[in-house]
Design a protein around this ligand. Structure first.
Ligand SMILES: Cc1cc2nc3c(=O)[nH]c(=O)nc-3n(C[C@H](O)[C@H](O)[C@H](O)COP(=O)(O)OP(=O)(O)OC[C@H]3O[C@@H](n4cnc5c(N)ncnc54)[C@H](O)[C@@H]3O)c2cc1C
Ligand code: FES
Length: 339
């Protein structure tokens, strides 16, 4: 038995059987619904169910009971139980299709005890066209892919990545420690639907943990140079002050500006730290107990994103204006081809 799925904004329809998720059915039909992790962890594939019903094999982590009760569903986990009309609630910019490139390592620099700045140049002087907030995949053949967000702006010729070493990690520990300038990497880019939504025109709160700052840095490179951007508060959470590897850069950017505020937050600060302590999501709520007027951009640890999402919605944030880039550990749909 199959059901008809209609995506309102894209004016596209396709069939889905009960045995497949709506996202799987969309892919089979060549319809590109927004998605990232494909296992219910990031919330990118959330849509509003205008008509119809769905069920899940297990409750997906990135959908709160309140969101489900308000008619939202995650397409990567949802199975249709009837014909569906779904809404992404906005017209999405057509994504630039990812392409495979060969890139050379230009420079490497330790930014902290476990974060490396890796600067890449795409061969043949190609400048990568991407939307700030997007990521690339390092293509490792049978070892699959590893995703890293562009930390540089789209106007820059070189691509900058901030890579946190994962203990025992094949790429971030083994390969990266042996890498030298001049080495080459195959990459697939650009990828991902995370980025600034100009049409919201709401005060912006950005919250990141660790290297989750990378896509926000790329977005800020464009936003802080543009006119007519709402005020931005950037909260950056880390354990110790050593982990705040761009503290000076953001503190200087914020100095003397009324439209950009930088709030570093440490969860394991020593006595010398005079700034905000605790978790980044709690720091946001201490400043903004009512988030109903804000647009929120969350990047980094899946645990922070899940907690922040729940807490922010409980404090009035609308899921319609809540965007997340979750650094999930696996993303099996991205393995292969240019991705
Ligand atoms: C869209 C996206 C963008 C990302 N952007 C960045 C970025 O800009 N900078 C950055 O540093 N990271 C980023 N990540 C996370 C990064 O992709 C992983 O840390 C990386 O793939 C680990 O590769 P590895 O080969 O070293 O580890 P693997 O060999 O693949 O894994 C080794 C072990 O570590 C676990 N593991 C893997 N990744 C993580 C993790 N992130 N945290 C904790 N445990 C993990 C695995 O489950 C496994 O047990 C991003 C992830 C996604 C999905
Ligand atoms: S793609 Fe569905 S939750 Fe990540």
């Amino acid at each position: 038995m199959s059901y008809r799925i209609t995506w309102i904004e894209a004016q596209r329809s396709f069939e889905a059987t009960r045995g497949e998720t709506v996202l799987e059915a969309a892919r089979r039909a060549g319809v590109t619904l927004p998605s990232e992790c494909a296992f219910g962890g990031c919330g990118t594939c959330r849509v509003k169910l205008v008509t119809g019903r769905v069920h899940y094999a297990e409750p997906p982590p990135a959908l709160s009971p309140e969101e489900a009760a308000n008619g939202y569903a995650l397409m990567c986990q949802a199975h249709a139980l009837a014909d569906l009309e779904i809404s992404t609630e906005r017209v999405l910019a057509a994504p630039t299709p990812p392409e495979r490139h060969r890139a050379s390592v230009v420079r490497m620099e330790a930014l902290s005890r476990d974060v490396t700045r890796l600067v890449l140049a795409i061969d043949n002087n190609v400048r990568l066209a991407f939307r700030p907030g997007q990521y690339l995949n390092v293509l490792l053949g049978e070892a699959g892919t590893r995703s890293f967000s562009m930390a540089s702006g789209p106007d820059e010729t070189l691509i900058e990545l901030h890579i946190r070493r994962i203990d025992g990690g094949y790429f971030t520990q083994d390969l990266l420690s042996a890498m030298r300038p001049g080495d080459t990497l195959d990459i697939g880019a650009p990828l991902g639907g995370f980025g600034y939504h100009e049409e919201d025109y709401r005060p912006i709160v950005m919250a990141a943990t660790g290297t989750g700052i990378a896509p926000l840095r790329s977005m800020l490179a464009t936003l802080l140079g543009s006119e007519d951007v709402p005020p931005i508060d950037l909260y950056w959470g880390a354990r110790t002050s050593d982990d705040l590897y761009l503290h000076e850069e953001f503190a200087q950017l914020a100095a003397g500006r009324e439209d950009f505020r930088f709030v570093p937050v440490l969860s394991r600060a020593d006595d010398a730290w005079s700034g905000v302590r605790g978790y980044v999501q709690d720091a946001v709520l201490a400043d903004y107990p009512d988030l109903s007027e804000h647009a929120l951009y969350l990047c980094g640890s899946p645990v922070m994103i899940a907690d922040a999402r729940r807490a922010f919605v409980a404090h009035g944030a609308s899921v319609r204006y809540l965007y997340a880039d979750s650094f999930t550990f696996q993303h099996p749909q991205c393995v292969g081809a240019a991705q």
